[in-house]
Design a protein around this ligand. Sequence first.
Ligand code: MLT
Ligand code: MN
Length: 314
Amino acid sequence: MKVKVVGAAAGGGFPQWNCNAPLSRAVRNNKPGFLSRTQSSLAASSDGENWVLFNASPDIREQIANTPELQPRADGPLRNSPIAAVVLTNADVDHIAGLLSLRERQKFTIYATARVLKTLAENTIFRVLNAADVERRELPVEGLTDLQGSDGPLGLSVETFSVAGKVALFLENEARGTENFGTEAGDTIGTRIIDRAAGENARDLFYIPGCAGVDDDLKARLRNAECLLFDGTVFVDTEMQDTGVGEKTGARMGHSAISGPQGSVAALGDLNIKRRVFVHINNTNPILEPGSDAEKFVKEAGWEVGYDGMEINL
Ligand code: MLT
Ligand code: MN
């Protein structure tokens, strides 16, 4: 299975368009060692020809331009795309807005939970993806799905499971409580991507770009995993406040912090996960600064800091 990190940043990207904080400024000014990152997306393929996107970010046009595997085949018909399916892990704007750029009468399949499909159906702008070309298929909150493009099976399966999270920001309903704002099962899922075509030698990878906390169920699922790409939004829960750019904590946004006793490095430390990569990294996160204490901390704990174009072959 071939996997490529298409966008390693959280919503806003790195640098974020309106951000003048030190990290965004450093990357905007090409400070040595800093890498710009586009918004959250991953691509996976069993055969290297047909690709499944996991999340469609607002940066998708730039991302396709930067990713030869996702560009039309020169020996194909006049209109063609290797993107055969898009799997959505939630309805956050950084994960669905890119669908609008895939509107040129190209056949592909959208996979999402009933909750996320309902959001797409209720936002009529997504009708630009004509149902005759773009089939919507429901993912179970818990279960295994063999992924299909318009021409049949893609050789990949996805196991979906509920993770702690929050409904998308634009769907928050305070009337349903300021604890979870009307969040329901299926609003945020984790995925295990399995190369079914590899048969006995099937390899797998967990992709969990949004997760509000690591519980025992998730730990059991991730034990002995080959590879994990995990929510690296914030290093410290209060990071947006500490850096003065905003009021919200990581927890309030539905993201667990990397550091601290409940953080992902501690919680996922003893599970014998062979490869661990942070993705969905917010522009305030100090792991984005090469040589920072935060970057050293995650590297010493065995984690990699994801970047656009990062390839993982399993
Ligand atoms: C998130 O991951 O918390 C969201 O993408 C934030 C947003 O909607 O910008
Ligand atoms: Mn996001």
